[in-house]
Design a protein around this ligand. Structure first.
Ligand code: BDR
Ligand code: CA
Length: 315
């Protein structure tokens, strides 16, 4: 079993990833920590509690931060055209839902859980990296206790999706991402290089929806997002965040490259992710002395989509 803390900004593709984690038999979801991004921290936390209740997920929800690690960064607004005003595809999530978040802030929940299970916890982070950066600041010792940090974020050999240079999760807090990539824990970055190859069609989701009320809710949430993606893919949605979850249970479905990663902080390439591949020699550079991390460069998209479909269809 893989113990997972899911750091998330639900978020439509986040919702799919959450259901994947909940229903995969080899995953023990030990916590859900929220982060701002697809909506405000109040909305993403409300949404996590809503999904926890609707899907009867036992894991606690811990509320994370609502602003970037550098408070001087300007706030760019929420992507309501992608995830809806309620962050879950405008299905009409109630303003308040039953259930309270954990008393601890997300970064403290992460530290406590990692320390309670040394070497066992995988952090799957599919939003801004701010909670992880805060956990590192408060307790740097966790780097040797975390099993792995699997992130959905970055655009390494391809264009970004929020600017030509940057992917949204990294662009939303580049300083935090640079801290997370540069820490001495094993990071696996699942970026647009691979996620853009994973498309769930509306008709495939409609078939999945017949499996359970949980899957039906997921399909309802996803409709709006599929409409948004119409200009990019044919009647389907890119399942960014689920790819990071699949990596936890099936890393053999990904092609990888190792090397130190830096995140550009500022300027026109703000949020760009750049890896210095191991074995390449350069004059002294800002990548020197940093840990070698793993970037996914290719994916067996058919096999990944088959695993996602099978897992979401579980009764
Ligand atoms: C990422 O940005 C968010 O909108 C999605 O949930 C995903 O985590 C894709 O760039
Ligand atoms: Ca996300």
């Amino acid at each position: 079993m893989h113990k997972v803390i899911f750091d998330t900004d639900p978020g439509v593709d986040d919702a799919m990833a959450l259901l994947f984690l909940h229903q995969h038999p080899d995953i023990d979801l030990v916590g859900i920590t929220t982060i701002f991004g697809n909506a405000s921290i109040e909305t993403t936390t409300r949404n996590a509690l809503f999904l926890k209740k609707a899907w009867q997920i036992p894991a606690p929800v811990a509320k994370g931060v609502g602003e970037t690690i550098d408070p001087a960064r300007a706030h760019a607004g929420w992507p309501v055209m992608i995830h809806g005003h309620d962050g879950l595809g405008n299905i009409g999530v109630p303003d308040t839902v039953d259930g309270e978040p954990d008393a601890r802030p997300a970064h403290r929940f992460i530290i406590d859980t990692v320390r309670a299970h040394p070497g066992e916890v995988t952090l799957v982070a599919v939003g801004r990296m701010t909670n992880l950066a805060r956990a590192l600041a408060e307790d740097p010792g966790i780097v040797s206790l975390v099993k792995a940090v699997v992130i959905m974020g970055g655009a390494f050999d391809v264009a970004g999706n929020i600017t030509p240079a940057a992917e949204a999760n990294i662009h939303g807090d580049p300083e935090a991402a640079d801290i997370v990539m540069g820490a001495a824990w094993p990071v696996i970055a699942i970026g647009l290089d691979v996620t853009m190859k994973t498309v769930m069609t509306r008709s495939a989701l409609a078939s999945i929806a017949t499996a359970s009320p949980r899957a039906k809710l997921l399909a309802d949430i996803s409709d709006f997002y599929i409409d948004f993606y119409a200009h990019i893919v044919d009647d389907g949605m890119v399942v960014h965040d689920s790819c990071a979850c699949v990596y936890v249970v099936a890393p053999e479905l990904f092609t990888t490259r190792t090397g130190a990663i830096r995140v550009v902080c500022g300027g026109i390439a703000d949020g760009q992710t750049i890896q210095k591949a191991d074995g390449r020699a350069f004059p002294p550079s800002p990548w020197d002395g940093l840990p070698s991390q793993t970037v996914c460069t290719d994916i067996d998209a058919d096999a990944v989509m088959a695993l996602i479909t099978e897992t979401l269809s579980r009764v």
